[in-house]
Write a protein that binds this ligand. Structure first.
Ligand code: AMP
Ligand code: MG
Length: 311
């Protein structure tokens, strides 16, 4: 398990320094890549009435949801910027991205997955009137360009971390799998099996989950990006924008409508617009690139489920 910074032996400090170098390059590439593609860069929020319910999501495992009272109102810590993105994309920026802290108090057994932190960062982005295919092509361009750029400009770090030979630039378009088909082939453990089988990043589509992902006749227009030998690094979707549909799905899933008053009001007034987008887990992306055993190795102050260090 990754130790806190002050307990790291000297050799490990050197490795962490190199991982930090890759993190800097990744953040630099991603943020400038989105700005160059015409996205506005928004800052995140920490507290608000509405946040991602993280339910129902087959991947969710939340032990505690944080809600506090300030100024006589109950607010929740950001689990993801999905609601804010949908609103900002509808009312203000047709293309936006946000680097945002996500607080998710994951069940403590997830410490062992090596893929979960209870505080992590997402690069969340959304595009008005975009289709799922548009977003998938955008992500493919970003991922291929990122790996290619790192292989060219971060040679020293990648060689030190033992990844220069094994980290190959992927080829777009990535293969696309249907979740139901995967389940038929592999059973419930499909994600792990697919992760072990693929040698290039791959898409999985049609995953039943939260109300905001678009669903038509039981077909979900959403997608996850799976990295070879690693697992899910990104989730995204075309979004719902119609009031009646959102309400129906919330009722079906037992979501508290009173936690989403503004979103529902905008939808009812027809001010919520169609969009599509995704969120990339930064620690997972960097963890995959550097070959980390645990994504806590990519955090200077690790937030490992079940472990609260001093900083
Ligand atoms: P989600 O929309 O819930 O799939 O979250 C988007 C992305 O955030 C995922 O694809 C992961 O890369 C990342 N992510 C989700 N949960 C965690 C976690 N507990 N720790 C680290 N990264 C996470
Ligand atoms: Mg996901």
């Amino acid at each position: 398990m990754p130790k806190p910074l002050e307990q790291l032996p000297e050799g490990e400090i050197e490795r962490r320094y190199r991982i930090g170098g890759v993190m800097t390059d990744v953040l630099d590439y991603l943020t400038s890549g989105f700005v160059e593609r015409g996205f506005e860069w928004s800052l995140p929020v920490v507290f608000s009435e509405s946040t991602d319910p993280l339910w129902p999501d087959p991947g969710a495992s939340i032990e505690k949801r944080i809600a506090v009272e300030i100024y006589g109102k109950t607010v929740r810590t950001t689990a993801s910027m999905i609601i804010h993105k949908m609103v900002a994309c509808s009312l203000l920026y047709p293309k936006l991205f946000i680097l945002s802290p996500n607080v998710r108090i994951e069940k403590r057994e997830r410490a062992l997955s090596g893929r979960h932190a209870y505080e992590f960062t997402q690069l969340d982005f959304e595009v008005r009137d975009a289709s799922s295919r548009d977003i998938r092509s955008l992500v493919e361009g970003v991922v291929c360009g990122l790996v290619d750029g790192l292989r060219r400009d971060a040679v020293e770090q990648l060689v030190y971390l033992g990844r220069h030979r094994t980290l190959k630039t992927p080829h777009a378009p990535f293969k696309c799998y249907d979740k139901e088909e995967l389940e038929k082939r592999y059973g419930e453990d499909w994600e792990r099996q697919l992760t072990l089988e693929i040698t290039e990043p791959a898409w999985v589509t049609g995953i039943p989950r939260e109300f905001y992902d678009f669903e038509d006749d039981g077909k979900w227009d959403n997608y996850d990006l799976i990295l070879p030998q690693y697992g899910e690094v990104l989730s995204g979707a075309k979004r719902e924008w119609e009031y009646e549909k959102i309400i129906k799905k919330m009722e079906r899933d037992g979501i508290k409508k009173e936690h989403y008053t503004l979103l529902l009001k905008l939808a009812k007034e027809g001010r919520l617009k169609p969009s599509a987008g995704a969120g990339i887990g930064i620690e997972r992306l960097v963890g995959w690139i550097v070959g980390a055993q645990h994504l806590g190795e990519t955090q200077i102050f690790p937030k490992i489920p079940g472990m609260v260090y001093d900083l």
